[in-house]
Ligand binder design. Structure first.
Ligand SMILES: NC(=O)c1ccc[n+]([C@@H]2O[C@H](COP(=O)([O-])OP(=O)(O)OC[C@H]3O[C@@H](n4cnc5c(N)ncnc54)[C@H](O)[C@@H]3O)[C@@H](O)[C@H]2O)c1
Length: 448
C-alpha cells in the first residue's frame, strides 16, 4: 500500500475523530529521526536524476547525500553542481566510504561493476540500494550472495516496475486467483526504434558491460514474471540473434556527431540539441572516451537484438517471452492463462497515437464474459513506479508491503539468472537449469 492508498483507507475512518492518523505519526517520527546518510557511486543519468536531483527535491526531509563518486572526475563534479548538494566528490570508492561515512550506498554504475561496489560497500559496513540488474553473470551473483551472508548487511534491488499501479492491479487479481490457477503466460516486450536503438549506441551494446539485453533490460521483465507468478524459474531454453543493428548496416561511423551518412541514416541522433546530455556526457568524454551518441552500426556490438525465451517455473507454469528492439512503437503484451479464464493486457508506452491516462486489463471467464478494468496512470517516472518505490525505500520503509513489492538479493538473483540461463542456452543450444548456476534452488513459491 502506498502513501496515497494508506491515506484513503485510514483517512476516511479517522476524519472527524480528532485522532492522529497512524501514517502521520510514523511520518512525524521519521522526519524527527536522523536523516539517512546516502552516498552514490555512478553519477550518470540515473544517479544524478532519480537518486540525485529528484531525491533532494522530494525526500530531503528524510535523506542527505553525503558523497558522490564516479570514475569520471569531471562528471562527478558536474553531478554535485547539477544535484545542488554540498557534499565531497570522489573518484575512489573506498576513500568515499571511509571519509563520508554513509549508512547506505546507491549503486548506479555501469551494470558490470555493480558487484564490486555492492560487495565492498557491505564489507565496509554499509547497506546497499542497487539498481537493476543486480549484476551480469552467475559468478558475480555468487559473490554478492556470499557477501550478504558473511557481512549480515542488507541489499535492496530497485525493481521500480513492480510499483506501477497497473502492474500492481494485475498482481492483486492474480493473488485473488481471479482466473483460477495460472498454468501458462505469454509475455512479449517491444522496444521502439528510439528507445530500443539507444541501447545499441551506449555501453549496453557490449555484453561485458550489460550482460546483453536478456540481463540488462529483461531483468525487469523476468522479475515481473517471478513476482506476478509468485514462483521461481527452474529451466530456460532460448534463441537470440543480432540481425538488425551492429554489423548489419554499412552506413558506419564512430558516433553521430562526425558521421558522413547523417542525411542517409534514419537513426541519426543529434545529441547537440539535448542540453542535459551535452552537459552530462559530451562535456566529460575527453576523460573516458565514452561517446553517448555512438553509432549503432558499430562492428563491436555483441548483444542480441531479437530474443525468444521459454521458461519453466518451479510451480509448473510455462512462459513464452520475447524481446524485440526495433519496433515502430513501444509497449508490451502480457497474458496469463488460468484454469478459470484469461487475464491480459496490451500496454503502449511510447505510442504514435494519442496517449490514454489509463491502462487496461481484460479479464475473460471461461464460458463467461469479458470484464475491462481501467487503471489510472500515476505521475512520475516509469508510470509512477519510481515515486512509489522511493516513498517505500526513503520515506517510510516500515509501511506494510501487502503486494511484496520490496526486493532483495534473492529476487535480484532469480531475475538475472533467467537472462543468464537464456544467454547460456543460446550459446550451447541446450536448456539450462537455474539451480546449476548458483546455490539458490528455485522454489515453487517465492520464499519470504
Ligand atoms: N530501474 C530503471 O528503470 C533504470 C533506468 C535507467 C538506468 N538504470 C540502471 O542504472 C545504472 C546506471 O545507468 P545510467 O543510465 O545512469 O548509465 P550512465 O552511463 O548514464 O551512467 C553510468 C555511470 O557509471 C560510471 N562508471 C562506469 N564505470 C564505472 C566504474 N567502474 N566505477 C564507477 N563508476 C563507473 C560512468 O562514468 C557513468 O557516470 C545501470 O545499472 C542501469 O541499469 C535503471
Amino acid at each position: 500500500m502506498n502513501r496515497r492508498q494508506f491515506m484513503v483507507k485510514t483517512g476516511a475512518a479517522i476524519a472527524g475523530t480528532g485522532l492522529v492518523s497512524p501514517l502521520a505519526s510514523v511520518m512525524a517520527q521519521q522526519t524527527s529521526a536522523k536523516k539517512m546518510r546516502l552516498a552514490i557511486i555512478g553519477t550518470g543519468i540515473r544517479g544524478v536524476n532519480t537518486y540525485g536531483k529528484e531525491l533532494m527535491a522530494d525526500y530531503s526531509d528524510y535523506v542527505e547525500i553525503v558523497g558522490l563518486c564516479d570514475i569520471n572526475p569531471s562528471r562527478v563534479k558536474f553531478a554535485k553542481q547539477y544535484i545542488g548538494v554540498n557534499c565531497p566528490t570522489f573518484t575512489d570508492f573506498e576513500t568515499m566510504v571511509k571519509q563520508a561515512k554513509p549508512d547506505k550506498i546507491v549503486v548506479t554504475t555501469v551494470d558490470a561493476y555493480h558487484n564490486k561496489y555492492i560487495v565492498k560497500g557491505m564489507e565496509m559496513g554499509c547497506d546497499i540500494i542497487t539498481e537493476k540488474p543486480m549484476t551480469i553473470d552467475e559468478f558475480k551473483c555468487r559473490q554478492i550472495l556470499d557477501a550478504e551472508k558473511s557481512t549480515g548487511r542488507n541489499c535492496i534491488v530497485t525493481f521500480n516496475y513492480r510499483y506501477s499501479p497497473h502492474r500492481q492491479k494485475i498482481k492483486q487479481l492474480l493473488m485473488e486467483e481471479r482466473v483460477g490457477r495460472i498454468t501458462s503466460a505469454d509475455f512479449h516486450w517491444y522496444l521502439d526504434i528510439y528507445h530500443g536503438a539507444s541501447y545499441f549506441r551506449r555501453w549496453h551494446r557490449l555484453r561485458e558491460k550489460g550482460g546483453t539485453l536478456l540481463v540488462h533490460k529483461a531483468t525487469h521483465h523476468f522479475d515481473l514474471l517471478n513476482w506476478w507468478l509468485d514462483s521461481e524459474a527452474e529451466e530456460v531454453f532460448a534463441y537470440g540473434l543480432l540481425e538488425f543493428y551492429g554489423k548489419n548496416n554499412p552506413l558506419r561511423s564512430t558516433h553521430c556527431r562526425q558521421c558522413n551518412f547523417r542525411d542517409k541514416c534514419k537513426f541519426y541522433f543529434d545529441i547537440t540539441k539535448n542540453k542535459h546530455l551535452m552537459e552530462l556526457y559530451v562535456a566529460h568524454e575527453k576523460e573516458d572516451g565514452y561517446l553517448r551518441d555512438g553509432c549503432l552500426w558499430r562492428k563491436d556490438i555483441n548483444i542480441y537484438d531479437k530474443m525468444a525465451v521459454q521458461i519453466k517455473y518451479a510451480n509448473k507454469v510455462q512462459v513464452s517471452y520475447s524481446l524485440t528492439t526495433y519496433s515502430p512503437y513501444e509497449g508490451y503484451r502480457i497474458a496469463f492463462n488460468g484454469t478459470k479464464g484469461r487475464l491480459e493486457a496490451w500496454v503502449h508506452e511510447n505510442q504514435p497515437w494519442p496517449m490514454q491516462n489509463y491502462d487496461q486489463i481484460r479479464v475473460t471467464d471461461n464460458f463467461g464474459r469479458t470484464e475491462l478494468i481501467n487503471v489510472q496512470h500515476s505521475t512520475g517516472g516509469h508510470a509512477g513506479g519510481d515515486t512509489r518505490m522511493k516513498d517505500k525505500i526513503f520515506k517510510n520503509p516500515n509501511l506494510p508491503d501487502p503486494y511484496r513489492q520490496s526486493a532483495g538479493t534473492r529476487d535480484g538473483a532469480m531475475s538475472i539468472l533467467i537472462g543468464i540461463a537464456a544467454r547460456n542456452s543460446i550459446e550451447t543450444g541446450k536448456p539450462v537449469r537455474l539451480g546449476d548456476l548458483t546455490d539458490l534452488k528455485p522454489q515453487p513459491k517465492r520464499p519470504v
